[in-house]
Design a protein around this ligand. Structure first.
Ligand code: WT7
Length: 631
């Protein structure tokens, strides 16, 4: 494990090396892994097509590096700690050896169910150890996993299954979430009514319900693994073979399948994990994300396991049975590194210190945040009351498309400034561009955040639609990857992420396209048209504000609002629920028919005093109506 940078001085040296001689830098990093066949070339790239390849010609399997590689020295070390939703249920611990066996066993089961290398497998599961096992079992046999967050609706699930032409779904009968249970299998059944490619469904018995199984299609997990061998030779993968697809929202209605490949993703996941969190052998590391998002992929499953670390996986929610649950779990398992989202911190902060004080939190040494900008107040609360002023905080900026953390402090080594993600990791070359695409080189400036050189875990394509990848990320600025974020560099060169500059809203660290939510709202039979914007929300960071035109003004606005929310829940899921719905008779449009969201954003923020120039609107009068309606 010697790719760890151990001082800020070393960081500066490594950074310089990574820019001057990127191939030799990444070659050193990649050497810690097992390559069945060594790569012939470190990197080949151009951002026009785009065509990016890393570790060309190398053959490997990521699970061999996550599991087999550790068996000799860490076979009896705990790989996975699972903390259930209900604190009265016991935790589960799996050693590296046990996890290896379970992954192999399921891998054999997948094969015997007909899954072969390259097949797409959808994983729609609760946060239980079997989810991690399913992800790794796919990777073991070279099947492409696509985890769909279990909060998504049947509609959203079938869209993803169809886009990926998946042949298998791995799911569970239901899931536990705080005081509630959710019938997952029922959602899968509904989704599959509009899918034709799925041949098999594996169902894990999680909550003890007995859903009906479709003969010939569905099989219980325990029956599928019954009698399967506990070893399974890992499939030999090319560095550039697909490892997984993860769907994320963009500025059009349809979510896109971000594609990550085996070799580069592996190298960057382990490297970034070990350096950002300054991982030591005895760390107990807990990331509270769901494996349905990229954070869970890279920093619950792959990064920690590649590093031989003990990783904690939590089934529940931060506020069940009460708002002290996170801190109770930290004490219970002796968590040393804790990684969560600003929205969770703000929600718990609002519940008061009474839920923190019963716990000593002595084991913690490092804290992290991810998903959205963290405001000063939340940062200070986290630093003071959770870290007791002795734990550094790493504010980690990255994206589904980047595969791993890009801009962040290295735990305890780097200068820290609340609300600033900080410096780029060695190997990452961010730039700020102006409107014209010119690089801004001075400090204390704002610009569009782009990356000008490839890194191993960057997006390779959007599944089934390479044009979309090119168009979204590589055509805004010639020869640059465009992040969609605006950022500011302070006088010391630290980056502060300001937020999205495209039509993407970040609600509690979850990403939605305005068009995606508008399409969902428009699916309601009364709705003629809608426009959605984000507005500042105390806990969620941003909330969803929808301006909606109905065929006639609703008699009972409250009932109509509930109906529209229900439609959004059906179309996408509960996580995309608009916070506010305002019924309007018209939307502010330019003569060419484009909605002027700038105006709607101002109204949603509650600041209608300065709407700017509205003279180019087709019908400037609608603005006054909207402002009046908002009050
Ligand atoms: C967008 C990516 C990558 C993990 C979870 C979200 C925002 C992410 C930060 C941060 C400010 C952040 C950006 C980015 N974001 N981390 N530390 N500070 N903003 O993944 O769904 O792909 O969203 O989240 O706007 O573009 P994602």
């Amino acid at each position: 494990m010697d790719i760890r940078i151990r001082s800020f001085k070393e960081y500066e040296q490594k950074y310089a090396q990574s820019v001057d001689e990127p191939d030799s830098f990444w070659n050193e990093v990649a050497q810690q892994y097992i390559w069945r066949k060594p790569y012939e070339k470190v990197c080949q790239w151009e951002f026009e097509t785009p065509d990016v390849q890393w570790f060309l010609g190398g053959k490997m399997n990521i699970t061999e590096n996550c599991l087999d590689r550790h068996l000799a020295a860490r076979g009896n070390k705990t790989a996975l700690v699972w903390e259930p939703n209900d604190p009265r249920v016991g935790a589960v611990k799996l050693t590296y050896r046990e996890l290896h066996e379970k992954v192999c066993q399921l891998a054999n089961a997948l094969k015997s169910q007909g899954v072969v290398k390259g097949d797409r497998v959808i994983i729609y599961m609760p946060m239980v150890p079997e989810l991690t096992i399913a992800v790794l079992a796919c990777a073991r046999i070279g099947a492409v996993h696509s985890v769909v967050f279990a909060g998504f609706s049947a509609n959203a699930l079938s869209d993803r299954i169809n886009d990926a032409s998946a042949t298998m779904v791995i799911t569970a009968d239901g899931l536990n979430r705080g005081a509630k249970q959710v019938p997952l299998k029922r959602v899968v059944d509904e989704a599959l009514e509009s899918c034709t490619t799925i041949q098999k469904v594996i169902v894990f018995d999680c909550v003890g319900w007995k859903p009906e199984l479709h003969a010939g299609r569905d099989i219980w997990w325990h029956d599928a693994i019954d009698g399967m061998a506990l070893s399974c030779e890992a499939e030999e993968m090319d560095s550039e073979d697909m490892l997984f697809i993860l769907y994320t929202s963009g500025s059009t209605g349809k979510p896109k399948g971000v594609v990550h490949t085996c070799g580069g993703y592996m190298v960057y996941a382990g490297y970034s994990f070990q350096n950002v969190f300054q991982i030591e052998e005895n760390d107990v590391y807990w990331c509270t994300a769901d494996i349905g998002w990229i954070t869970g992929h890279t920093y619950i499953v792959y990064g920690p396991l590649l590093s031989g670390t003990t990783t904690v996986m939590f089934e529940g929610v931060p506020t069940f049975p009460d708002a002290g649950r996170f801190w109770q779990v930290c004490d219970k398992h002796g968590v040393t590194v804790f990684y969560t989202a600003p929205t969770a911190i703000r929600a718990l902060m609002a519940c008061g210190l009474d839920h923190v004080l019963p716990y000593n939190l002595h084991s913690l040494r490092l804290l992290g945040t991810v998903g959205e900008p963290i405001n000063d107040e939340a940062w200070r609360w986290y630093y003071l009351h959770i870290g007791k002023e002795k734990c550094p905080i790493v504010d980690t900026w990255w994206q589904t498309e980047t595969g791993g953390i890009m801009i962040s402090g290295l735990g305890g080594l780097s200068p820290m400034n609340p609300a600033h993600a900080g410096f780029p990791l060695p190997g990452i070359q961010p730039v700020l561009l102006d409107q014209e695409g010119k690089e801004i080189t001075s400090n204390e400036v704002e610009g569009y955040l782009c990356i000008k050189y490839p890194w191993p875990s960057m997006i390779r394509t959007t599944y089934g639609d390479h044009e979309r990848c090119k168009h979204t990320y590589f055509s805004h600025y010639h020869n640059h990857y465009f992040t969609g974020d605006g950022a500011k560099r302070d006088e010391n060169g630290l980056y502060r992420i300001i937020g999205r500059v495209d039509d993407v809203i970040n609600v509690s660290g979850h990403r939605f396209g305005t068009a995606e939510i508008e399409e969902a709202i428009n699916a309601n039979k009364y709705v003629v048209e809608s426009a959605v914007v984000g507005y500042p929300h105390d806990v969620k960071g941003q909330g969803i504000y929808a301006f909606v035109i109905c065929d006639s003004m609703p008699e009972d606005a409250a009932i109509r609002r509930d109906e529209i929310i229900e439609t959004v829940v059906e179309q996408i899921g509960r996580i995309a629920k608009p916070e506010k719905i305002q019924f309007v008779t018209g939307l502010p449009k330019t003569r060419s028919g484009k909605i002027m969201r700038r105006i709607l954003r101002k109204v949603a923020e509650g600041d209608a005093s300065n709407l700017g120039d509205i003279s180019t609107l087709l019908d400037p009068d609608v603005v006054a109506d909207i402002v009046k309606g908002a009050q």
